[in-house]
Design a protein around this ligand. Structure first.
Ligand code: 5GP
Length: 182
C-alpha cells in the first residue's frame, strides 16, 4: 500500500527548517522532498540538496509541463515541489515529508486528499515575534511585513489535520515523526 504523504507547514519564523533538519538526522528512513526555487542560494546551500536552484524560465517550464505537485510565490520568489520524486517514493511505500508554505499545502490537500497536513505552531505569538526578530537578517520593515503574513498564516491552523507546537526542536521533531508512523 502506498504510504501517506505528510506536509509540514506553518508561519514564517516558526522553525520548520530546524524541525525538518532534526527529522533528517534521526530518521534517514523518511524521505524529504527537495523543492525547486528561483531564489538565489544562501551561503552553504547546495543545488540538489537544499533546493534545485533554477531560473524563472526553467521554473515556468516545469510548471507548464505539470512537473510540479504544487507551487507558490513567496517573498518575491517561486517555490515548487517536483511531482515525480514524490510519487515515486509513495509508490515504493516510503514515508515522504514536504516542508512548504501555506498556499502550497492547500494545493496538496486538493490534489492528494489522503495526505496529512501538519501545522507547526509557535508556543505563543510573542515567541514568534521574538524568533523573527532574532534572525537579525531582516530590516524592521521586512519584519513588520513578515509578522503581518504570520498573523494570517496562524489563522489557518484550523485547516490542518494536526498541530505540533514547536516549543523545543527535538521534541517537536519527535511528535511529527510519531504522527508519520501513526
Ligand atoms: P526559504 O527561502 O526561507 O528557504 O523558504 C521560504 C518559504 O518557502 C518557507 O516557508 C518554506 O517552507 C517555503 N517552501 C520551500 N519549498 C517550497 C515548495 O516547494 N513549495 C512551497 N509552496 N513552499 C516552499
Amino acid at each position: 500500500m502506498a504510504s501517506r504523504l505528510t506536509v509540514l507547514s506553518g508561519p514564517s519564523g516558526v522553525g520548520k527548517g530546524s524541525v525538518v533538519q532534526a527529522v533528517r538526522h534521526r530518521h534517514p528512513d523518511i524521505w524529504i522532498s527537495v523543492s525547486a526555487t528561483t531564489r538565489s542560494p544562501r551561503p552553504g546551500e547546495r543545488h540538489g540538496v537544499d533546493y534545485f536552484f533554477v531560473d524563472v524560465a526553467e521554473f515556468e517550464r516545469m510548471r507548464q509541463a505539470n512537473e510540479l505537485l504544487e507551487c507558490a510565490s513567496y517573498a518575491g520568489n517561486w517555490y515548487g515541489t517536483p511531482r515525480a520524486a514524490v510519487e515515486e517514493r509513495l509508490d515504493d511505500g516510503v514515508r515522504a515529508l514536504l516542508e512548504i508554505e501555506l498556499q502550497g499545502a492547500r494545493q496538496v490537500r486538493e490534489s492528494l486528499p489522503t495526505s496529512r497536513l501538519v501545522f507547526l505552531a509557535p508556543p505563543s505569538w510573542q515567541e514568534l515575534e521574538r524568533r523573527l526578530d532574532l534572525r537579525g537578517t531582516e530590516s524592521a520593515e521586512v519584519i513588520r511585513q513578515r509578522l503581518e503574513v504570520a498573523r494570517a498564516e496562524l489563522a489557518a491552523e484550523g485547516e490542518f489535520d494536526a498541530v505540533v507546537i514547536n516549543d523545543e526542536i527535538e521534541a517537536a521533531a519527535d511528535r511529527l515523526v510519531a504522527l508519520m508512523f501513526d
